[in-house]
Write a protein that binds this ligand. Structure first.
Ligand SMILES: NC(=O)C1=CN([C@@H]2O[C@H](COP(=O)(O)OP(=O)(O)OC[C@H]3O[C@@H](n4cnc5c(N)ncnc54)[C@H](OP(=O)(O)O)[C@@H]3O)[C@@H](O)[C@H]2O)[C@@H](O)CC1
Ligand SMILES: Nc1ncnc2c1ncn2[C@@H]1O[C@H](COP(=O)(O)OP(=O)(O)O)[C@@H](O)[C@H]1O
Ligand SMILES: [K+]
Length: 509
C-alpha cells in the first residue's frame, strides 16, 4: 500500500532504515529529493527564467542546494539565499559544496513578479517559529505574487499537525514531498498552504515504509475495498442489513428521514424509521419504501429490537437533546447485542455533554453494540473538552485519543475529516468538498455509515468508506448540492465501487 501517512518522526526513521539497508546513502537520497523537485519545476515552468532558492541550515536546505545546482545546469538563472549554514560534515554541507552558486544572506532576497521561488528553508525539522528574515521572505513572495514551490513542506507549517508553528508560513503553489504524505499535508490549514501536493519516490522502498508500522492512512478505496459489501446472489432484504433510524418530534423529522434514505441508498436491505406517536402522521406522509414504526420510549425500543432484530441504528439527527435520548442509547448498547452497531450523531452526542463517562463506560462493555460517533468540531468539544482544548495535539491525535476513550470509532468531521478506531488505526480524508457545508449533509453521512455497518462491514472500514463516498458523491454532483440530493448522488459512486469490486480492476484510486 502507498496510502500510509508518516509523521515527520516516522519519516526520519524511514530515512534512517533506508540508508542502513542501502543502496542509497543519505546524500544520494538528498540528491534524489532535489532532482524530484527540480524536475517538477522544469515540467511546470519550462520557460522559467529566474528561480530563487531559499536554503535553511538543515537537510531541507540540503535539498535546496541540489535543486539550485540542477536548475543552473539546465540553464535557469538560479540564485541561492541562505539562512544559516549546514553543519560541517552533514549531507546538507556536501550538497552545498556541490552547488557552485554563491549563497547570499536571505535578508537580501528580493523576488520580482514572474520569478519562481523554491522554499527549502525548513521541512520536517521545523522546531520554532520562523525568524524575522524568513517571515519577511514570505511577505515579499506574497506582495510580488510569486509562485512558490515548497520542498517537503511549506516552511512554517508543522508536518505533524498542519498548524503553523508561529504566526507565518509559506503558501505554496506546489509542494513536493518524499516517499509518503505527512499529517500536516492533509490537515488544515497545512493542506491549503501546500497547494498541489506531489509525492516523489526518492528510493525509500515500500518494505522500509511498512517496517515503520504506521497505523495512519489517507482515506480511499484502497483502505477498505476488501470489505466493501456486495449482495450475494441468494440474499434477502433482511440479510442485506436492517437499519433503524430514530425520528425527532413532529416539528423535526426531516433529519432522520434524510438519514433513513441515505441508509437505503447505501445498500441496507430494509430501513425502518422509529417515530414518536406525535410525528407518525408527518413521517407517514413522506415515506414510501422506508418502513415506519411507533417508538415513544426506551421500552418501545427494546420491544422493537426483540421483535425485528435490526443490525444498525442511527440516533441523534433532529431528535432533541436530553434524558429520553440517553435512555435510548443505553437500551441499544445494552440489549441490541455486540453484532449490532449504533451511529450516534448530532443531538445524540450533545446529550452526553454533562455525563460523557456514562457513555464511555457503557460502550466499553464487551457485549455492547459497536459505537460510531460522528461529531463536528462543536460536538467534539462538548464530549471531549480536555482533548479538544489541547492545542499541542493535531486533529489526528485528538480523534485517536477520543476513540480510545469512547471505546468506539470516532468520525471527527470537517474539511479534513479524521476517522479513528480504538485499536489505534486512523485515516485522514482528503476528497472533502465545501459543497458538503450544507444543512443536513451530516445526517446523510450517518445513514451511509449505518448502511455499511448493517451490511457487515467492520466499523472503522464502514466509517472510512462512508466518509469517502459522501464526499465523492458531493464532488461529482457539483454546485447547487443540497442534502436531499446526496442519497441519489451516491449512485455513480456506488456503481464504480461495485464494478471495481466485481472485475477486480482497481479502477478507483
Ligand atoms: N534524512 C534524509 O536522508 C532525507 C531528508 N530529506 C530532507 O530533510 C528534511 C529534514 O531535515 P532536518 O531534519 O535537517 O530538518 P530541517 O527541516 O532542515 O530543519 C532543521 C534545521 O533547521 C533549524 N531550525 C528549525 N526550525 C527553525 C526555525 N524556525 N528558525 C531557524 N532555524 C530552525 C534546526 O535547528 P534546531 O532545531 O536544531 O535548533 C536545524 O538546524 C526533510 O524535510 C527533507 O526535505 C530529504 O533530503 C530526503 C532524505
Ligand atoms: N468545508 C468543508 N469541506 C469538506 N467537508 C465539509 C465542509 N464543511 C462541512 N463538511 C462536511 O459536511 C458534513 C456536515 O455535517 P454536520 O456539521 O453534522 O451538518 P448537519 O448537522 O447540517 O448535517 C460533514 O460530513 C462534514 O465533514
Ligand atoms: K520547506
Amino acid at each position: 500500500m502507498s496510502n500510509e501517512i508518516l509523521t515527520p518522526r516516522e519519516m526520519a526513521e524511514a530515512d534512517r532504515l533506508a540508508i542502513a539497508a542501502g543502496p542509497f546513502t543519505g546524500i544520494q537520497l538528498m540528491r534524489n529529493a532535489g532532482a524530484a523537485v527540480a524536475a517538477e519545476v522544469l515540467r511546470r515552468w519550462p520557460a522559467a527564467i529566474r528561480v530563487h532558492v531559499l536554503c535553511g541550515p538543515g537537510n531541507n536546505g540540503g535539498d535546496g542546494y541540489v535543486v539550485a545546482r540542477l536548475l543552473a545546469d539546465a540553464g535557469v538563472r538560479a540564485s541561492v539565499w541562505a539562512e544559516g549554514r549546514p553543519k560541517a560534515g552533514s549531507d546538507a554541507a556536501q550538497a552545498a559544496a556541490e552547488c557552485t552558486i554563491e549563497a547570499q544572506p536571505i535578508s537580501g532576497f528580493m523576488p520580482e513578479r514572474g520569478d519562481i521561488v523554491i522554499d527549502a528553508l525548513y521541512g520536517a525539522g521545523l522546531s520554532k517559529p520562523l525568524s524575522p528574515n524568513a517571515v519577511s521572505a514570505i511577505e515579499k513572495c506574497r506582495d510580488a505574487r510569486i509562485s512558490v514551490v515548497a520542498v517537503d513542506l511549506p516552511s512554517g507549517i508543522s508536518g505533524e499537525t498542519g498548524h503553523p508553528v508561529g504566526k507565518e508560513a509559506f503558501r505554496a503553489a506546489v509542494t513536493v514531498t518524499f516517499a509518503r504524505k505527512k499529517p500536516g499535508h492533509l490537515l488544515h490549514p497545512g493542506r491549503d498552504a501546500c497547494g498541489e501536493l506531489v509525492v516523489a519516490d526518492i528510493g525509500i522502498g515500500a518494505d522500509t515504509v511498512a517496517a515503520i508500522g504506521s497505523k495512519c492512512f489517507e482515506n480511499g478505496p484502497a483502505l477498505w475495498r476488501g470489505s466493501f459489501p456486495t449482495p450475494a446472489a441468494d440474499t434477502h432484504k433482511y440479510r442485506r442489513g436492517h437499519v433503524a433510524v430514530f425520528s425527532g418530534g413532529a416539528a423535526s423529522t426531516g433529519a432522520a428521514r434524510l438519514s433513513a434514505l441515505a441508509a437505503a441508498r447505501g445498500g441496507a436491505g430494509a430501513v425502518t424509521l422509529l417515530s414518536p406517536g406525535n410525528a407518525l402522521a408527518v413521517n407517514a406522509v413522506h415515506l414510501t419504501s422506508v418502513m415506519l414504526r411507533r417508538v415513544d420510549d426506551a421500552d418501545d425500543a427494546r420491544a422493537f429490537i426483540a421483535d425485528r432484530k435490526p443490525s444498525a441504528f442511527v440516533l441523534g439527527p433532529g431528535f432533541g437533546v436530553g434524558e429520553a435520548l440517553r435512555e435510548l442509547v443505553f437500551a441499544i448498547l445494552e440489549t441490541a447485542g455486540s453484532e449490532t452497531s449504533l451511529v450516534l450523531d448530532a443531538d445524540g452526542i450533545t446529550s452526553f455533554e454533562d455525563t460523557p463517562a456514562s457513555l464511555f463506560i457503557t460502550a466499553g462493555v464487551e457485549s455492547a453494540a459497536t459505537l460510531v460517533l460522528t461529531p463536528h468540531v462543536g460536538e467534539f468539544a462538548r464530549l471531549f473538552p480536555g482533548i479538544a482544548g489541547d492545542d499541542a495535539l493535531s486533529k489526528l491525535d485528538k480523534a485517536r485519543q477520543a476513540a480510545a476513550r469512547l471505546h468506539g470509532v470516532v468520525v471527527y468531521k470537517g474539511p479534513d475529516t479524521v476517522i479513528a478506531s480504538p485499536d489505534g488505526r486512523a485515516a485522514i480524508n482528503s476528497n472533502g468538498t465545501p459543497l458538503l457545508a450544507t444543512a443536513g449533509s451530516g445526517d446523510v453521512l450517518s445513514g451511509i455509515v449505518a448502511a455499511l455497518l448493517a451490511q457487515g462491514m467492520p466499523a472503522f472500514e464502514a466509517a472510512c468508506a462512508a466518509v469517502w463516498m459522501h464526499a465523492e458523491a458531493a464532488r461529482r454532483f457539483g454546485p447547487g448540492l443540497i442534502a436531499e440530493d446526496l442519497p441519489l448522488a451516491l449512485l455513480p459512486v456506488l456503481r464504480d465501487l461495485v464494478a471495481e469490486h466485481s472485475d477486480g480492476s482497481g479502477g478507483l484510486a
